[in-house]
Design a binder for this molecule. Structure first.
Ligand SMILES: C[S@@+](CC[C@H](N)C(=O)[O-])C[C@H]1O[C@@H](n2cnc3c(N)ncnc32)[C@H](O)[C@@H]1O
Length: 693
């Protein structure tokens, strides 16, 4: 229908176009209409990037002239106006135009690099021409960034010979409700009349439906006003697109069977009946399922069939060109517990894993690494590209250029995962999905597929179990926040180094670290130190006489899992932990160090640390850890020490982690410390300051 200049002015005056480097997605390439030179100049005064004023004025004049459609002349595009500004413009259309990507709104989904990418999405008279309304509004939702604005201008009445649909406010109200949009503005715009008779439309009297005559009907019905509906909505949260259900005039509550078929259905009007006949409260979701009663291998088979069939086959992802998928796939060591795959993926091979470590070259900055990564990516070496991008990200948190390319690569890994799973290679498919998420934690397709693959495996997972705290849910909230604060600090402050955990037990806190590292795009490795066989013998008088041991003996079983338990588990605890956490970040980033610290810390440790998580309860163990890290030069200026058992032993400075750390600070003169924050009832985190830095 075209985009009137008045709407560019409206969006600008409302402040929706103010963000530097703002990205606009135009659903349908719009012509710019009714743009006077004055209006263009006003707009450019606010948004034009610096350029020759004479050239700018000439462009404004040209665009103004061509914003009036004339036979035989091409009308100006909105993209031509925005080209003069810092606003980045992209359009989706099935017909080529300036700045337009060919995209079929009936069939295609937003590629991961464009997910939640756009600050403004415009739908000016496009979706009424598309049969697949569900996909149209899903595309708008998926493309829009949280906090971004979607503006729709669509036919609401009249328009009898235009497109397939007219829209009501109800649709936008319900879309807003089920997807947490804020409706920030809405109005109607009169836009002429539709003359039914002239349009050849037969209007009949309701009492005489067989009489084919416009003349017999009341004249006043020959003209109906045409109105456009305008709705401006802000996306407030990141969640998968949810279908509204319009049930206001339904004769009864919706059947649970129907509701179940629609994922995340929001039941707003009448309430729904679930499979058990219970009414589901309005606004609540009905989980999809239908698998009750299927068990064991059958269930696994069914789930895997659903993963493959539902998710991958008909997806039309917008991928990097085939030329980026060039390198042959090397055979990788499969995770310890996973049997060798039945078949190998045959075509579309590229190097994925063997060369993905962060490349340590301190003379290069983030931009250098990015450029090297881009060139590796362009030549098809995704491993090396990932290594370089990780390094760029380590130097500058979420470094934009690298992050953008990683999103592009993420969709390639996702597609490759689909093909691999189809060939029955679940282990490799899972690794590809994990990598897709490391590349783009916002890739919700990858996340949901990964979750389904893991559910299909149906394996026990001790890392999801909190063995320590009496209220696991509260402990999880507290520890997630504490871990996130520390990871955010080191990531943003540029404390580049690995995460070291002393005291892993069955991997509960290690999982929190891995998930948060992935979600924040912190590219560090994680080192997990534990005997994986419980506490050592108590050798220090400090421990033997402490409140926890001498007084109460609270670890009487020394935190050992019984032999029967381990036998039933089918692998040692360290193998189990690494295998399960490899479903969060790539296994290559997880290093387990099995054994008592008195042994494992004899090995040279050639890493720098950003965060050390000390959760090993004992004075003696903490002493061993602190001094070994010091003598191996693992600490660095600004790194964080998290002590999980800081308040054990009645918070006495005479025992446990408190005493060990106090002595450490007194007996060496390189590092001092200051409190970062305390967490929960027991934890405290500190910065280390290097006097020599
Ligand atoms: C409280 S648990 C760790 C809990 C874990 N962080 C969690 O959140 O589930 C303490 C762990 O420290 C380990 N540990 C303590 N001292 C050790 C030492 N000297 N050598 C090896 N492991 C030790 C024990 O084996 C035990 O698994």
């Amino acid at each position: 229908m075209g985009f009137g200049m008045a709407y560019a002015t409206y969006l600008s005056n409302k402040g929706y176009l103010n963000k530097p480097g703002l990205a606009v997605l135009d659903i349908g390439s719009q012509c710019l209409l009714a743009a006077t030179q004055d209006a263009i100049n006003e707009f450019l005064k606010k948004h034009a990037h610096p350029q020759d004023p004479q050239k700018l004025a000439a462009e404004a004049e040209r665009i103004a002239y061509f914003s009036t459609p004339r036979p035989g002349e091409r009308t100006a595009y909105l993209s031509e106006l925005l080209d003069l500004t810092d606003i980045r413009y992209t359009s989706y259309d099935v017909c080529p135009a300036l700045k337009t990507e060919i995209f079929d709104l009936n069939r295609e989904t937003v590629p991961s690099h464009y997910r939640e990418h756009f600050d403004v999405v415009l739908n000016f008279g496009t979706t009424e021409h598309i049969i697949n309304q569900f996909n149209c509004f899903r595309v708008v939702h998926d493309a829009l960034a949280v906090g971004g604005i979607a503006m729709h201008q669509l036919p609401s009445t009249g328009y009898v010979n235009h497109g397939y649909f007219c829209y009501h406010l109800t649709l936008f109200n319900d879309l807003a409700q089920s997807n947490d949009y804020e409706i920030v503005d809405r109005w109607y715009t009169p836009s002429g009349t539709s003359n039914l008779a002239e349009s050849g439309i037969d209007v009949r009297n309701a009492e005489t439906p067989a009489q084919t005559s416009n003349k017999s009907s009341d004249n006043k019905f020959e003209q109906i006003p045409s109105f456009l509906i305008n709705v401006v909505m802000r996306k407030r949260s990141s969640r998968p697109f949810s279908l509204p259900l319009e049930l206001a005039t339904a004769h009864a509550a919706i059947s649970g069977q129907v509701a179940q078929a629609i994922e995340n259905v929001s039941v707003e009007a009448s309430g729904a009946i679930d499979n058990t006949g219970q009414t589901v409260a309005p606004g609540k979701s009905i989980p999809s399922g239908g698998l009750a009663g299927i068990s064991g291998r059958q269930l696994a088979h069914e789930l895997s069939r659903r993963v493959i069939r539902r998710v991958f086959p008909n997806q039309v992802p917008r991928l990097a060109p085939e030329s980026q998928l060039l390198q042959p796939l090397e055979q990788n060591a499969s995770p310890v517990e996973t049997p060798a795959p039945a078949k190998q993926p045959s075509d579309n091979k590229f190097r994925l894993f063997e060369d993905a470590q962060v490349i340590n070259d301190d003379s290069l900055n983030a931009e250098h690494h990015y450029l090297l990564g881009k060139s590796a990516q362009d030549s098809g070496n995704f491993d090396q590209a990932f290594g370089r991008y990780r390094k760029a990200l380590a130097l500058i948190h979420q470094y934009g250029p690298a992050k953008n390319q990683m999103q592009v690569m993420s969709s390639v890994y996702l597609t490759e995962a689909g093909k691999t799973l189809e060939l029955g290679d679940t282990a490799q498919g899972k690794r590809l999905l994990v990598r897709a998420l490391e590349l783009d934690p916002g890739n919700r397709n990858a996340l949901s597929h990964l979750e389904q693959v893991i559910a299909t495996e149906n394996k026990r997972d001790l890392t999801k179990h909190c063995y320590i705290f009496h209220d696991p849910q509260r402990a999880e909230t507290i520890h997630r926040e504490a871990v996130r604060r520390c990871l955010e600090y080191v990531s943003i402050a540029g404390v580049v180094g690995d995460v070291l955990e002393f005291g892993v037990l069955a991997g509960w806190s290690a999982r929190i670290f891995c998930e948060t590292m992935r979600d924040l795009m912190n590219p560090a490795d994680i080192h997990l130190f534990d005997s994986f066989d419980g506490l050592p013998e108590y050798t220090s008088a400090v421990d033997i006489n402490s409140y926890e041991i001498g007084g109460r003996d609270i670890w009487s079983n020394k935190m050992r899992f019984t032999d029967d338990f381990v036998t039933e588990l089918g692998s040692t605890i360290d193998v189990h932990v690494r295998d399960r956490l490899s479903g969060v970040i790539s296994g290559e980033r997880i290093h387990t160090h099995r054994g008592f610290y008195s042994e494992t810390l004899k090995q040279p440790l050639n890493v720098k640390t950003a965060i050390v998580h000390i959760d090993c309860d004992l004075y003696q163990s903490t002493v061993e850890v602190l001094w070994a890290l010091h003598s191996n030069n693992v600490f660095q200026d600004g790194c964080v020490l998290m002590f999980d058992d800081w308040n054990c032993n009645k918070a006495s400075p005479n025992y446990g982690e408190r005493k060990a750390f106090q002595e450490f600070l007194e007996k060496q003169d390189r590092y001092t410390s200051s409190l970062f924050f305390t967490y929960g009832f027991n934890g405290a985190s500190f910065f280390l300051h290097d006097r020599t830095a």
